[in-house]
Design a protein. Structure first.
Length: 175
């Protein structure tokens, strides 16, 4: 009987030690995550945008196009990238659709694909990360990052928060 009790105590002690070691290992992994190189997740193309899901946003007084985000396509990946479908229209009525990403941590953008009239996607030949510029010519990415998606180098809330800001045209800070 004494040997059985000792065996049970030993088993409990061993499992407690294993659980503590596992918890420490998880803590170490989470703590050391910032030292690991960033990796992008695999991207899934969204459904084509529909007019009722488009959320227009202000770019600048000198913009020659209007811009909108498809609310249904807006997502935040586990890699910290905010992905969305952008619809731009010229004054003459030409429409461009693109699937893009913004990475707040590095203030970069990436163009994944272009939308075709039949609702399919054509992969971009230039799908690398590029610094977001603040110039007037292509200010739509800066407007999204600074006004709706990012606070400094971090993501500004959850997807629902971003959609609400776009829907209500309530930027993070005045432009």
């Amino acid at each position: 009987m004494h040997q059985q009790v000792s065996s049970v105590i030993f088993t409990i002690a061993l499992s407690t030690t294993a659980a503590a070691a596992s918890a420490q290992s998880r803590f170490d992994e989470e703590f050391d995550d910032k030292d690991k190189p960033w990796t992008e997740i695999a991207v899934q193309m969204p459904s084509p945008p529909t007019a009722e899901n488009l959320l227009p946003f202000y770019v600048s007084a000198t913009a020659t196009q209007t811009f909108a985000i498809d609310a249904k396509s807006l997502s935040l990946g586990s890699d910290g990238v905010i992905r969305y479908t952008l619809v731009s229209k010229s004054a003459e009525g030409a429409t461009n659709i693109s699937y893009e990403g913004i990475r707040c941590q590095s203030f970069e953008k990436k163009l994944y694909a272009f939308g075709r009239p039949d609702g399919t996607w054509s992969r971009s030949r230039r799908d690398q990360w590029e610094r977001i510029t603040l110039n007037a010519a292509n200010r739509q990415h800066a407007a999204l990052a600074k006004d709706y998606f990012c606070q400094e180098k971090t993501v500004a809330g959850k997807v629902g928060d971003m959609v609400d800001r776009l829907r209500n045209q309530r930027p993070l800070s005045p432009s």
